[in-house]
Ligand binder design. Structure first.
Ligand code: ATP
Length: 262
């Protein structure tokens, strides 16, 4: 039944053209590191799972999180893992797609998109690269004024939010974000996602080796040392290349040497 309803919702979303239903297979176990963030999400998932009870008890309805950080360090992955943890659909809002050429059109689109997310809820509403969407807020000029109004509209909605739409906003560059965004009361929490440290790099390499059927315990000491400053996406690329090379060279399985060469 749940699947049927989701299929119908998917059609509905497609027709509107303003939100995108994201398909994914990732879950929290696919994230190496980011322990605080994962723990926090697990708490919120518990609240969401028993929301009526939680509200009666006096718990606030979770609003969402802002995740800021380096490219390729797992922000998108976290948005997907959130939806998987909460067991609800993941919708992506592309603010750029809301912009229309007529007066008031963009605001009307924003209103529609937010209403649509409420109609689909419970859901995760993922706003990717939010700093790009709301760049130029507060400055003069035609398009900036529209962005400023959209931004104000979104903030008001977040402030007054009384629904089961959980926002995950991701951003690379915090300096481009209007400060109002970061004030308390909008998001429940802000997270900064940095390059993985040595322990995290090991976990990330293990995750991607496991995903590619290379589960044998490989000593990763050297590769972990050599990859300081690499992000999760880089580490995944190393594993991917090593696995491919080994297959082509007819090797039985991947060793640390193969990873170092890759
Ligand atoms: P961008 O800002 O460039 O969109 P991002 O922070 O959203 O980057 P992701 O898209 O989440 O990065 O990461 C890209 C890929 O790198 C992921 O699909 C995943 O395979 C891998 N990856 C990144 N971080 C991690 C991590 N912490 N654990 C495991 N895999 C990771």
């Amino acid at each position: 039944d749940k699947m049927m309803i989701l299929k119908e919702k998917e059609q509905f979303i497609k027709k509107s053209g303003m939100l995108e239903l994201v398909n994914f297979s990732e879950n929290v176990d696919d994230i190496g590191g980011l322990e605080n963030l994962k723990e926090w999400l697990e708490r919120k998932a518990k609240i969401f799972a028993g929301l009526d009870k939680a509200i009666k008890f006096g718990v606030d309805v979770p609003k969402g999180a802002m995740i800021i950080g380096m490219p390729g360090c797992g922000k998108s992955l976290t948005a997907k893992a959130t939806a998987s943890l909460f067991q609800i659909p993941l919708l992506r809002l592309d603010v750029g797609r809301l912009l229309g050429k007529y007066v008031g059109e963009s605001e009307a689109n924003m209103r529609k998109a937010l209403k649509l997310s409420e109609a689909i809820s419970p859901c995760v509403l993922w706003i990717d690269e939010i700093e790009k969407a709301f760049a130029g807020v507060g400055s003069a000029g035609g398009s900036n004024e529209v962005t400023t109004r959209l931004f104000g509209q979104f903030l008001t909605w977040m402030q007054e939010k009384d629904n089961e739409v959980f926002i995950v906003a991701t951003a690379n560059d915090i300096t481009r974000l209007p400060p109002e965004f970061l004030r308390k009361g909008r998001f429940d929490e802000l997270f900064f996602v940095d390059f993985p440290n040595a322990d995290e790099r090991e976990l990330i390499l293990q995750i991607h080796l496991r995903k590619r059927n290379q589960e044998r315990s490989i000593d990763l000491t050297k590769i972990v040392e050599k990859t300081e400053g690499y992000n999760g996406a880089d580490l995944e690329a190393i594993v991917k290349a090593a696995v491919e090379n080994c297959f082509i060279e007819g090797k039985v399985n991947v060793t640390e040497k193969d990873l170092l060469e890759a």
